[in-house]
Design a protein around this ligand. Structure first.
Ligand code: ZN
Length: 139
C-alpha cells in the first residue's frame, strides 16, 4: 500500500486498531479540505497492528480529545517533508462535552443544559467517570 507522503502536516501513529475512525469523527476531520488518509490494520513491530492517520495540513488538533481516545499515540509533526517533532500525549484529567453519560438516572440526562464532565480516575486503564454520578464511561 502506497500513500503519498505529506509535506506539511501530521502523522498520528500507533493508534490502536479501530481508533482511527473514532478520531476521525471526534476531531471532525471530515470537515477538512486537505487530504486525510486513514490506514487501518497497518503492520507494526511494537503493536502487531495499528491505525495511522495522515493529515496533509498543519491544522489545530485538539490534543486533549485525541489523548482521551487513545493516550498511547505518537504525533509526528511534518514540515517540509521532514519530521520535526514527535509528540507523546498526556491523558487529560478532565474532559468536558466530549462524551455523554450513559446512566439514564444521571442528572445530566435530566438537566440537559449541564456540561458533560468526566474525570480521569485510573490512568493505567484510561478510565473516566462521570463527575455527577461516577458512572464509568466505558461500561
Ligand atoms: Zn453521570
Amino acid at each position: 500500500m502506497n500513500i503519498d507522503s505529506i509535506k506539511n502536516g501530521y502523522v498520528i501513529d500507533h493508534l490502536k486498531v479501530g481508533k482511527a475512525m473514532e478520531v476521525y469523527e471526534l476531531l471532525n476531520l471530515k470537515n477538512l479540505e486537505c487530504q486525510v488518509a486513514i490506514i487501518t490494520n497497518a503492520k507494526s513491530n511494537k503493536m502487531k497492528k495499528k491505525d495511522i492517520i495522515k493529515i496533509d495540513k498543519l491544522i489545530d488538533i485538539d490534543l486533549a480529545k485525541l489523548a482521551f481516545i487513545d493516550p498511547d499515540v505518537t504525533i509526528n509533526i511534518v514540515k517540509n517533508d521532514k519530521i520535526i517533532e514527535k509528540k507523546k500525549l498526556a491523558q487529560p484529567e478532565k474532559i468536558v462535552n466530549v462524551a455523554k453519560c450513559k446512566n439514564p438516572r444521571c442528572i445530566t440526562s435530566i438537566e440537559r443544559d449541564l456540561d458533560q464532565i468526566f474525570l480521569l480516575t485510573n490512568k493505567e486503564n484510561n478510565t473516566y467517570r462521570c463527575k455527577y454520578c461516577e458512572a464509568s464511561l466505558k461500561d
